[in-house]
Design a protein around this ligand. Sequence first.
Ligand code: ZN
Length: 173
Amino acid sequence: MLILTYPRSGHHLLINLLLRHYGSEVVTEGKKTRTQCRQVLKAGPFKYCEIYSHCGVVGCNEAVSLQKHHDFDFKLPYQKGVIVQYRKKEECLMSYYEYSQRKITRKEFLKKMTPHYEKWINKWVTKDNLCIDYHDLVTSTEDVLVKVLNYLDLPLRDMDFLKKIPIKNRRKA
Ligand SMILES: [Zn+2]
């Protein structure tokens, strides 16, 4: 299944939590980072393809639970029944601004990116998709994980690991 994510909306957090939920048995090659290893990440029955660093093909050539796509250029045709991650506009765009260290001011960046952000939200945040608000992911983490796992038809395991991750640390989880 595809997971559409606007940059800086908690995608890495969600994936890390899903991997940890299955015990963090993450397969990587040597010392390469996850995005450099060009392979599917696996933990328990969960398999994840970060399209750009793996196959580059929509609908991955391996049977994965989730495949990440940004659809930043709006070229991906709309589809129903996917998972969508988004975040409140200002928070999202300001995080993106910090992340990419732009040479324009915050205000200029916000103004420039707002139409893009709104077009993306209008396209993907619909009632036909499982839409995850960043705020809910951070504050109601267990509920969100249960929803995602059920949506993917994957088995639920013990959620006790969440107790070790305080809300303020969930961005780094
Ligand atoms: Zn792939």
